[in-house]
Design a protein around this ligand. Structure first.
Ligand SMILES: Cc1cc2nc3c(=O)[nH]c(=O)nc-3n(C[C@H](O)[C@H](O)[C@H](O)COP(=O)(O)OP(=O)(O)OC[C@H]3O[C@@H](n4cnc5c(N)ncnc54)[C@H](O)[C@@H]3O)c2cc1C
Length: 332
């Protein structure tokens, strides 16, 4: 894992910068990858996606939740969004992170919150609720809560991270559960996860094939990687798989032309739409994934000439430049 990735993951975990960022609207270029700060602006963005034949999975941004009050507030915001999505008639469902609704506060309290969200979603158009996976410790706890709820609710699903060694077994275990397959966005240790890109990519392809041949329900292939998307399309066609049970997913604001092209080719396409004030950690993880994404930051701050130099120096130098910018901007 390169310096840049480690560096931005470290920044994403910095609570002081996270708190500071909340005071600002969507700054540092985050407006390009976060749909809005409130429900109306997010629904407008989803309507635009729907008009292009693309559905949405909506994420109420929020991190560092350590009290029941904060977790309850987040749960209420999620339920408010579920109701608004249903009332507006848009094609969308929700993705939630369990740390936001109390996983670090009290596991039983978190379980009750997930249950309440699932009930609300069920009452509002049987809306699907995806449990996003986070770092390893929380991912394991997320699966434990999924295991307790999947018998009672059919509108629940989760995410399999291809960097984890356990992913093959999880795919087998969750054949009846709607799954999103991803490479994995967190920094994990070598005892639980592949460390280099080649191994992760190879395992991702293996898992996509395993899942597509064994799934009894919907599968979402979530990646911006052309090679993997092309491989998956070829595999779907070679095996004549039912395209109603497969979709591609990408993040809001990334590769928008490719998103529309894939949807036009007759594949289902769903965009992950984050919204809310708490954009900082999400944005830092996107910078961690791809140094080129730093251009989102620099374009919002620097002159074109400085931008060109930062783009050329993407990597460690750009990371350090960005830190300086982020820290000074947010501390002002
Ligand atoms: C919808 C969605 C939901 C996710 N949910 C989770 C989750 O719950 N848990 C979790 O841990 N992770 C999640 N992730 C993040 C995921 O794990 C990866 O960290 C992230 O998607 C980056 O990996 P990648 O597959 O897109 O390809 P990368 O390995 O980042 O990129 C591979 C190649 O794709 C091309 N490429 C990538 N991005 C671009 C771009 N913007 N423009 C042009 N070319 C590009 C480049 O050629 C690049 O070399 C999610 C991702 C998506 C898309």
């Amino acid at each position: 894992m390169g310096l840049t990735k480690d560096f931005f993951i470290m920044l994403s975990e910095n609570q002081a910068l996270n708190e500071a960022a909340k005071k600002y609207g969507l700054s540092l270029g985050a407006n390009k990858v976060v749909a809005g700060v409130d429900i109306p602006s997010t629904i407008t963005a989803i309507k635009d996606l729907n008009s292009k034949g693309i559905t949405a999975t909506v994420d109420n941004l929020g991190e560092f939740v350590f009290s029941k009050e904060e977790a309850t507030k987040a749960k209420e915001e999620i339920i408010a969004m579920i109701k608004a999505l249903d009332n507006s008639g848009v094609k969308a469902h929700m993705s939630i992170k369990l740390t936001q609704i109390g996983l670090d506060v009290d596991k039983e309290f978190c379980y009750e919150n997930v249950r309440e969200i699932l009930m609300a979603a069920h009452q509002h158009g049987h809306m699907h609720i995806n449990l996003d996976t986070e770092d390893y410790k929380h991912t394991v706890q997320t699966f434990e809560i999924l295991d307790r709820l999947k018998g009672e609710f059919k509108n629940i699903g989760t995410v399999i991270q291809a960097y984890l060694f356990r992913a093959t077994d999880d795919i087998e275990k969750y054949r009846d559960v709607r799954l999103r397959l991803v490479k994995g966005a967190y920094k994990e240790t070598p005892d639980v996860a592949y460390q280099n890109k080649e191994d992760i990519d190879e395992n991702f392809i293996k898992l996509i094939e395993q899942r597509l041949l064994s799934a009894r329900t919907m599968t979402s292939i979530a990646t911006h990687d052309d090679k993997i998307i092309e491989h998956a399309k070829k595999f779907i066609n070679q095996h004549n798989l039912n395209k109603d049970l497969i979709e591609f997913q990408m993040l809001y604001g990334f590769r928008t032309e490719l998103q529309e092209e894939i949807a036009k080719q007759g594949y289902q396409f769903c965009v992950y739409v984050p919204f809310g004030q708490d954009w900082y950690g999400y944005f830092m993880r996107r910078l961690a994934e791809r140094p080129q994404n730093l251009q989102l930051v620099t374009k919002s701050i620097f002159t074109p000439e400085v931008n060109k130099n930062i783009a050329v120096g993407a990597g460690a130098v750009a990371a350090v430049s960005a830190l300086a910018v982020i820290a000074t901007k947010l501390r002002k």
